[in-house]
Design a protein. Sequence first.
Length: 184
Amino acid sequence: MLTNIREWQKGTIGVCRSKTSTYKQILSDQSLARLYARPDFLLRRAHQISTAVFEDECRNVGLTPAQFGVLTVLQASPGLDQSSLARALGFDKVTVLRVLRGLEARGLAHRTRALGDKRSLSLALSPDGEKLLKQSQKPAERAYNRLMMPLSQEQQAQLLLLLMALTQGLEDHARASFVPPELA
C-alpha cells in the first residue's frame, strides 16, 4: 500500500482508470501530488463518494445519509431530545434541526413536549418513519457494500479500525461532539 501511495505521489500510477494520463500529468506537479495524498483531501473525497453512492442506492426511498442516521437513532432511542440526537450523530444543532424539519414535513418523525420538562421536546419516529426505515435497510446495505467493494475484507476491517482510531483520537477537535445515546 505504501509503495502505491509513493508511486501515486510520483505520478507513476493513475488514480482513475479512465483518466490515467490526465492524473499522471497533474501528479507530476509535486504540490498537487502532496495535496491529493493529504488525509483531509482524501477523507473529503471519500465522503463525497460515500454520499453519492448512498443517495443513488436510496433514491427510491428518498433518504439522504443524514436522514437515515436520524431515523436509525430515533428508532433505537425514541424520546431523545434534539441536543442528544445531534450528539448521537456528531451533528451540530442547526444541521439536526434542518434534517428533523424535513422528516417532519414528510410525516416521518414528530416532536412532542417531554413529560418531565415542558421546555424540552421529545423526538420519535412516526409509523410512516418506522415503515420507511425498514424499507431503507436493503438499499442502505447495498450502498455500504458498493462503497466497500474496491477493498478486500481485510482492508475493509482495517479501514473501519483506522477511521475509528482517527475519529476517537481527534474527538476533542470536532466542531460537534459525538456521544452515542444510551439505548432504550
